[in-house]
Design a protein around this ligand. Structure first.
Ligand code: SF4
Ligand code: SF4
Length: 288
């Protein structure tokens, strides 16, 4: 059976959803790699490599160059892979001029110089952090469910046990190798930040063996503090459970894998880093 892979670069995953909606290939092709639905660390050797999304950053470029080495055929799929797609419009001077300058096209939005959170401009009543928030969290905020009480931190929802006598000397990185059930991922050398992350999600990631990357943001204990308090808090947890050198932990925390969510841990207290919020902190009482 022919084998194929889907490499997803910067795009929206619409191509992948379309492919999954078409099932005619199921009997003739074996799908061996597609991060949206199949866990695999590398693109294996394949007959056909479908590439969706554009090359927007150096990781895209690295992944693309690596993946094509083992592919019989490379197929550029969709607008983003072929011409950059929506994400590239801001890069194209001619398109920008067209969008920004044409007076008659009032339905075309003008680009702001940078992206802002909404509370840079309007008063927000509640905050629902998560990437994405789980369906249960949506229900809780919409219907103000009286019996829904998020745990203080993700660890309380995780169910894995922290052990004092299983002390890794170094970090393993993200999602590498076998993961023991029931044992805290930190004891197994993974950089899990559930101990400082607010609960409420029911810990789907560590329960499944993937370190929590903190998408729910800071716990109430850290929400009004500077990011240094967060670094110290994680450092204490690692010092208690591991022999990993503190500088290795700190380097891991500052790695690209955590970059997407890391900034949240100081956003609530320190408005200067987030758009133009002009010093309005986000009170923890408003955060679910
Ligand atoms: S650190 Fe991670 S794996 Fe360990 S108990 Fe907390 S959430 Fe679970
Ligand atoms: S990354 Fe952490 S906070 Fe986000 S859903 Fe997973 S376990 Fe919950």
């Amino acid at each position: 059976m022919n084998r194929f892979a889907v490499l997803q670069l910067s795009g929206c995953a619409g191509c992948e959803v379309s492919l999954l909606n078409a099932d005619a290939w199921v009997d003739r092709y074996k799908l061996v790699y597609m991060p949206l639905v199949i866990s695999a660390y590398d693109v294996p050797e394949v007959d056909v490599l479908l590439v969706s999304g554009g090359v927007r950053n150096d990781e895209d470029l690295y992944n693309l160059r690596r993946a094509v080495r083992h592919a019989g055929q490379v197929v550029a799929v969709g607008t983003c892979a072929i011409s950059g797609g929506v994400a590239s419009l801001g890069d194209r001077d001619a398109v920008r001029e067209l969008f920004i300058a044409e007076e008659g096209r009032r339905h075309v939005p003008r680009l702001l110089p940078r992206c802002h959170p909404i509370d840079a401009f309007v008063e927000v009543d509640r905050y629902l952090p998560g990437c994405p928030p789980t369906p249960e969290l949506f229900m809780a905020i919409l219907f103000d469910l009286p019996d829904f009480k998020p745990s203080r931190i993700v660890c309380q929802e995780c169910g894995r046990k922290k052990l004092k006598d299983m002390r890794p000397g170094h970090l393993l990185g993200f999602q590498r190798g076998e993961v023991l059930p029931d044992v805290c991922l930190i004891n197994q050398g993974y950089l899990c930040i559930g101990s400082s992350t607010r609960g409420g999600c029911r810990a789907p990631c560590p329960r499944a063996g993937h370190p929590c990357v903190g998408c729910r943001g800071p716990s109430d204990a850290l929400i009004e503090k500077e990011s240094s308090a967060w670094f110290e808090s994680i450092g204490r947890v690692f010092a208690t459970l591991t022999d990993v050198p503190p500088e290795e932990v700190e380097a891991g925390l500052r790695s690209p894998q955590l970059a997407l969510f890391l900034f949240q841990f100081s956003d609530y207290a320190d408005a200067s880093g987030v758009g133009s919020r002009d010093g309005h902190p986000r009170p923890k009482e408003k955060v679910l």
